[in-house]
Design a binder for this molecule. Sequence first.
Ligand code: ADP
Ligand code: MG
Ligand code: ZN
Length: 478
Amino acid sequence: MKYETVIGLEVHVQIDTKTKIFCSCSTAFGSPPNENTCPVCLGMPGVLPVLNKRFLESSMKACLATHCTIEPMNRFARKNYFYPDLPKGYQISQMELPLGTKGHINIQIDGVKKTIGLTRIHMEEDAGKLIHGENLGSPGKSYVDFNRTGVPLCEVVSEPDMRSSEEARAYLAELKSILEYAEVSDCNMEEGSFRCDANVSIRPVGQKELGTRTELKNLNSFKFVQKAIEFEVARQTKVLEQGDTVKQETRLYDSDRGETFPMRSKEEAHDYRYFPDPDLVPILVDSAWVEKIRKTIPELPEQKRERFSSSYGIPEYDTGVLTSSKALANYFEECTALFPHPKTISNWVMGDLLRDLKKEGRDITECPVSPAALIELLKLIESGTISGNIAKGVFEEMYQTQNSATSIVEKKGLKQITDSSAIEKIVEEVLQANPSQVEELKGGKEKVLGFLVGQVMKLSKGKANPGMVNKLIKEKIV
Ligand code: ADP
Ligand code: MG
Ligand code: ZN
């Protein structure tokens, strides 16, 4: 039997705000445990939550950026469950009336476009964090840090529209990019600002009803999302092929072993006894407010990709790489403003620059070579002062030392030799040293020309102008 994979993703995104969702405690990451707490986020009896307006407006932005409809009336609900890191005994979330509904995200894999539906985006508070003593040298004890309780989150729930782990990855990358572009979240996965749960099922090809899903948690990188889904699809396939049925359950991914294992049986909505939170009024959003927020949304990745390919005339592949982050796109545009050769710039940025950054795990915002410095180098190539090959070495040195291209070229004497008598001398030397190759070239074996040019370049330490070398050898031999 052939099976089809079905995936729906739930992503928790921390929305950038200075203060928490219902109190004025700081949301700063990395503070000493329990420093950012107050009676509200500690769930003391008698306190009242007050919604952070900035958070609401950023959440509206997230909804609009993903083509969701903002519901004119939405409200918070209590999701009741007990856990030591949830001091109130319930989480304030949204249930039957979420902020945003019916959105979509466009993805593209190998040139094939696909639209993934968004069921909803709702607002909720984060829970605290349990730290088990095993990790602190005091086994048997557990500690709780409430700094995270009340940190504002949006949960983005997709339709079960994805059919492979690659589509899931592409969806996550695009969602992350949109939210970064819209400036609603830094989507820092290491700090937990962008967390994904994957719902996975399989069904016989052609069957309409969905299969039983499992929900995979603890996926803190795109790579793990992909691997966990692949493991899970293989596992479910084996279960069905053995004539068993897949159990609906929540599973954890162990990245060391590359496996998922059961965590708990899946809870149902009624287990949480949701009801409207009586401490918070329903949120009424009129269209004037929606339009006001819409105006604050900057250019989004999809629009930027279209503009890049139409106004710079660079290939789709380049466009995709260069717009993969807003900072990288800005870097590229700063370069093009200084030097109107987009494809040349794109080659350098995608090649040498990104390669060096990647090697050190650095982000473009930490790039030691500024747009102006890179362009200074490209201008030296354009004017014929140095060859493209020499420029590669100069770039490496710029990256390491932050010295300017001009000063490196001068200090190291890397200027291209364009004086034809100087080149002629080297050419003659090479021809004399390689009589048999000269004969072959005379006999019409064109391939030998490249070898001879290479010898001249080597002898000149890469500084001879390759065009002139080519021309001189031909003149001498014919
Ligand atoms: P819950 O909180 O119970 O996980 P949600 O409605 O918040 O429920 O999320 C359900 C997620 O699971 C959605 O992303 C949805 O697309 C996905 N989903 C639902 N049924 C299936 C299925 N059979 N196979 C794969 N994904 C599914
Ligand atoms: Mg879920
Ligand atoms: Zn607080």
